[in-house]
Design a protein around this ligand. Structure first.
Ligand SMILES: Cc1cc2nc3c(=O)[nH]c(=O)nc-3n(C[C@H](O)[C@H](O)[C@H](O)COP(=O)(O)OP(=O)(O)OC[C@H]3O[C@@H](n4cnc5c(N)ncnc54)[C@H](O)[C@@H]3O)c2cc1C
Ligand code: HEM
Length: 520
């Protein structure tokens, strides 16, 4: 099964969110796999019916193409003839038809914003919509910027009414250093809030402020060294990025503005930004799950906050393919170690390999030293919901364990009000339990933590709990420490697991605010 989040987790604003009720892949006909589609797109067949011509499409024209055998869909201003793709669409023809003859951008993003439609539908491109989206007002207007600061009137013009109060930036230099300072005007800013990438002469700093991104994006006027440092003055919301000059010359300007420079845009509109990371290790954790360690380039600052996921991108038979994964710590104990490294350059993933899957066998075939592109993180869990929590219940199945890892570490280390954390971990057999001994050790070490394993296909020696998620198991497991204690239940696993679990939790009278669910 494909794994896509459903219901209340990820958060309502997340691009990962889909309509309630969940959904599933449809069985595709023989010869209609993704590989078959890629083969068809490379066959040289005219898939648009326009013999390679690109046209400008009016709204009236788009509306006319709304039948299965003549279906055009607009995504981000580009129009595609998706009729040839109908039978290959893993979500089914009816799902695709929901956007027939219209702008399907929002629907597409709600369901699977990570899908690389541009590359998959390259041969189906009909043309552009006649009306072009307007550019942000301050785009191309850097000439008027004085030492990096936009005049206040111009900044407020670019901001949506509901967006956070206007951030700004400035820059300073010494003989050897250039410091870019971002004034977020927000208190809840930390090292996770800013993602910095320096590639060739391009410098891009994305600061995440609530559901918005503030971008400083320039082509630097002079060369800098590969590494840099990032400092955050939390109580005033100031971020300092210290770049090392290659030559000790005085810079007249920071650089030339690039796309969306000095603007604040809804996070969902920033698009996914990727950098290439090197595979440094790959270890077996269970018979089908591996711990992958990727190393960020020195020219990137990126820390994935608790319970966020990223997208991994790999070229598969010439097509850029993307799937979401939740980074974990290298072990259950790593975040209890002192001192915790502030700028970690490694990202770990626990990934289950599906031999008949599309993406994971390719990941598995990567050799140490090979590269995988990693996107910026996407939020699906608000850490403030853990504050003042007393009871945390985690219900995980299979690789649904991955989001649990960081929440567990975070809660036990950062939430003083916490009285107990209980994990119920569902698997088929004992061999499938990820990090079993670490979980058992943690339970011995920290009396607030308890773990219970439930197996659906145990051997006769298994003396623990058996079966699938059920009302009986949950009602026994989910005991509050007091009638009034603040509780959070996180549910993560394959779609049927989360859907059944959600229903049972409602039957057990837990409120919506007390439950977070996701699929993985
Ligand atoms: C927010 C989020 C976070 C995630 N985090 C993780 C994580 O940390 N670790 C992790 O391992 N996974 C995670 N996933 C799941 C991950 O994104 C992939 O879906 C998963 O790795 C499978 O990818 P695949 O392309 O190899 O398999 P797929 O090609 O998607 O196939 C998966 C299984 O479904 C079967 N299948 C394929 N097509 C069909 C069909 N048409 N009908 C019926 N069955 C079919 C395949 O045979 C295979 O057994 C996450 C998902 C989400 C949404
Ligand atoms: C705009 C209307 C669309 C809707 C409503 C829609 C809906 C869906 C649904 C429901 C699924 C099944 C996901 C699951 O079971 O987890 C799916 C999967 C998929 N869709 Fe679409 N889709 C749309 C457009 C497109 C387009 C234009 C493409 C073009 C490439 C596309 C490519 C895919 C792919 C590749 C998957 C599998 C995703 C994965 O394995 O991660 N979809 N879609």
């Amino acid at each position: 099964m494909l794994n896509v989040p459903s219901q209340s987790f990820p958060g309502p604003s997340s691009q990962q969110r889909v309509a309630s009720g969940g959904r599933s892949k449809v069985p595709l006909k023989q010869g209609r796999s993704l590989m078959d589609w890629i083969r068809l797109t490379k066959s040289g067949k005219d898939l648009t019916g326009l013999k390679g011509r690109l046209i400008e499409v009016t709204e009236e024209e788009l509306k006319k193409h709304n039948k299965k055998d003549d279906c055009w869909i607009c995504i981000r201003g580009f129009v595609y003839n998706v009729s040839p793709y109908m039978e290959y669409h893993p979500g089914g023809e009816d799902e695709l038809m929901r956007a027939a003859g219209s702008d399907g951008t929002d629907l597409f993003d709600q369901v699977h914003c990570w899908v690389n439609y541009e590359s998959m539908l390259k041969e189906c491109l009909v043309g552009r919509m006649a009306m072009k989206p307007a550019l942000p007002k301050d785009y191309h207007e850097e000439k008027k910027v004085l030492n990096g600061m936009l005049p206040q009137s111009q900044v407020t013009d670019t901001l949506a009414k509901e967006s956070p109060s206007s951030p700004s930036y400035d820059w300073f230099q010494t003989d050897s250093l250039v410091t870019v300072v971002i004034y977020t005007k927000q208190k809840a800013i930390n090292l996770d809030s800013v993602i910095v990438d320096h590639r060739d002469d391009s410098f891009r700093a994305e600061t995440v402020i609530k559901d918005y991104s503030y971008l400083v994006h320039v082509a630097l006027s002079h060369e800098i060294q590969e590494d840099f440092s990032v400092l955050v003055v939390e109580n005033v919301g100031k971020i300092e990025i210290v770049l090392k000059k290659k030559e000790n010359t005085s810079w007249k300007c920071l650089g030339h503005p690039q796309e969306n420079h000095n603007s604040i845009i809804p996070k969902k509109d920033t698009g996914l930004f990727y950098r290439k990371c090197q595979l440094v290790s790959k270890e077996d954790v269970t018979r089908d799950t591996k711990l992958f360690c990727l190393m960020l380039p020195p020219s990137t600052h990126l820390q994935v906050p608790v319970r966020q996921h990223v997208y991994l991108k790999l070229p598969i038979t010439g097509t850029e393919s993307v799937k979401p994964y939740t980074p974990v710590s290298d072990s259950l104990f790593s975040e209890f170690k002192e001192p915790v490294l502030p700028n970690n350059i490694y990202i770990y993933f626990l990934i289950k390999i599906y031999p008949a899957g599309f993406f994971t066998p390719e990941l598995d075939h990567l050799q140490i030293g090979d590269y995988v592109s990693v996107s910026n993180p996407e939020r699906n869990f608000i850490i403030s919901q853990l504050q003042e929590l007393e009871d945390l219940f985690l219900l995980a199945a299979g690789t649904g364990f991955t989001p649990v890892v960081k929440v567990l570490n975070y809660a036990l280390t950062n939430i003083p009000s916490l009285r107990k954390v209980k994990l119920m971990f569902f698997n088929k057999t004992e061999d499938d339990i990820i990090w079993r001994s670490q979980l058992e050790k943690l339970a011995c070490k920290d009396k607030r933590f308890e773990v219970e394993f439930v197996l659906s296909a145990p051997t006769s020696e298994w003396s623990g709990k058996q079966g699938y998620i059920s009302l009986a198991l949950l009602s026994e497991f989910l005991k509050r420490s007091s009638d009034t204690s603040k509780v959070l239940i996180c549910l993560c696993g394959p779609t049927p697991f989360t859907e059944q679990g959600m229903k049972m939790l409602h039957d057990l009278n837990f409120s919506k605010d007390e439950i977070h669910s996701s699929t993985a």
